[in-house]
Design a protein around this ligand. Structure first.
Ligand code: ADP
Ligand code: ASP
Ligand code: MG
Length: 404
């Protein structure tokens, strides 16, 4: 049986009119005799609205109830799609993740799919039905609803492709594919035809919202090819696939930026072994991810300054943890919330000297000050003032000739 998975994101199902259009897209595949599994996200804005509602109820919203709340948007979208397909004369129904079931592990809000029971869905497809499955969720070992992190419908689609052995996994979204940088930030951004899992994983982890990072990890592990394309116009999209299938002569593949970062600097920290570990241990214990870290060389051998970044949603908690940490002593804590991380990504930089220099020079030529730097084999990230993000992206896009 030739199964294909079609995933629709929030904007693609954002209005009744869009849901009608999406149902027509689904019907075109059915007419071509494909066996289709649909995964849908919630209508755009709905999940954000649910997050806001939770905040008004309690700052310590119970994690399992939070997932019940957040996962509810997908139920609405799936019922609307199924009903529209019924209206068009097709056999279709919604499938909540617990009805299948889709099993997950891990903490609430950050769960990962471990198993999907195929039986009911396969029987339904064999009976001529089009299953519309709620993305972004599953159930855990306590039979409670769990969600897969924001943007998690992408991971639902990839895991459906894996467990149902689909021949294709198509991610329908509101842009025509993966671009050299967010097309909403730069008009000159160019669609990338083929990109490797490795580069896509870096791009999405560093801010390219178009695909959820976990979903790319799942796709890489299971060798699932992903086709990212627009649900608005019928044009060839981007293929995300293994390295071997990618021919590229560019040094840099893409540029990303993040929102909502915060930079913390501890001035005058006692410079002795174990101090950095003492600072970061309580953060780790509270599941706060520390991103970029820089420790200055101490001038007098006694004291040093330590700078690191976190997501701003964790700022209040982090400040509290640092202030009540009896294991560390420092003179002052400085916080900067107006920062963003801009990154260039590309496997080409491994073999090409001078990429770092070109990046820094391009930023300097535009009067952009670099606050923190971090690098890996295939990416260079700089932290800058967020008022300079657009300018930095445009300068780097030009420097590395990404519009050509
Ligand atoms: P969906 O609701 O379909 O899941 P998302 O909003 O999660 O869609 O992701 C699509 C958005 O990702 C685009 O509208 C675009 O602004 C943003 N984006 C960020 N970086 C990129 C990039 N490099 N290529 C394409 N889109 C990007
Ligand atoms: N509706 C969820 C979210 O907004 C999942 C998704 O869009 O993929 O995060
Ligand atoms: Mg998304």
């Amino acid at each position: 049986m030739q199964i294909i998975v079609l995933k629709f994101g929030g904007t693609s199902v954002g209005t009744i009119d869009r849901i009608k259009k999406v149902s027509n897209i689904i019907a075109t595949y059915v007419k071509k005799k494909y066996k289709v599994i649909v995964v849908s996200s919630a209508m755009s804005g709905v999940t954000n609205d649910l997050v806001n509602k939770s905040k008004k109820i309690s700052k310590n919203f119970n994690p399992s109830e939070y997932d019940v709340l957040l996962s509810s948007g997908e139920q609405v979208a799936c019922a609307l799609i199924a009903a529209r397909l019924n209206h068009l004369g097709y056999k279709s129904r919604s499938w909540m993740s617990w009805q299948i079931p889709i099993l997950t592990e891990g903490n609430h809000s950050y769960s990962r799919i471990t198993f999907i029971n195929k039986k009911k869905i396969i029987d339904y497809i064999k009976s001529g039905g089009i299953p519309i499955i709620t993305g972004f969720q599953g159930i855990n070992n306590l039979n409670r609803l769990s969600t897969l992190g924001r943007g998690g419908s992408d991971a639902s689609a990839i895991m459906c492709a894996k467990f149902f052995n689909a021949s294709k996994c198509i991610i329908y979204t509101d842009v025509q594919g993966v671009y050299t940088t967010d097309p909403k930030n730069l008009k000159k951004a160019k669609k990338i035809k083929v990109i490797s899992y490795e580069e896509m994983l870096e791009m999405s982890s560093l801010g390219a919202k178009v695909m959820q990072p976990n979903s790319i990890q799942d796709a890489r592990l299971n060798r699932i090819n992903i086709d990212v394309r627009s649900s608005f116009i019928n044009k060839k999209g981007t293929l995300i696939t293994k390295k071997k299938n990618v021919i590229r002569n560019r040094i840099i593949t893409g540029i990303t930026s993040t929102k909502n970062d915060a930079k913390l600097t501890l001035l005058g920290v006692k410079d002795r072994p174990g101090v950095a570990a003492s600072i970061f241990k309580p953060l780790y214990k509270n599941s706060i991810n520390v991103d970029m870290v820089v420790q200055n060389i101490s001038a007098n051998g006694k004291e040093t300054d330590l700078t690191f970044t976190i997501k701003s949603e964790n700022l209040i908690k982090t400040k509290k943890l640092i202030k009540k940490n009896m294991k560390i002593r420092f003179k002052k804590l400085i916080i900067d919330k107006k920062v963003s991380k801009v990154s260039i990504i590309g496997v080409g930089m491994i073999t090409t000297p001078g990429v770092t220099y070109r990046m820094f020079q391009a930023l300097a030529n535009n009067g952009i000050n670099i606050l923190v730097i971090s690098t890996s084999e295939i990416k260079i990230s700089v932290l800058i003032n967020n008022k300079n993000v657009k300018k930095a992206i445009a300068a780097l896009h030009k420097e590395f000739k990404l519009s050509n």
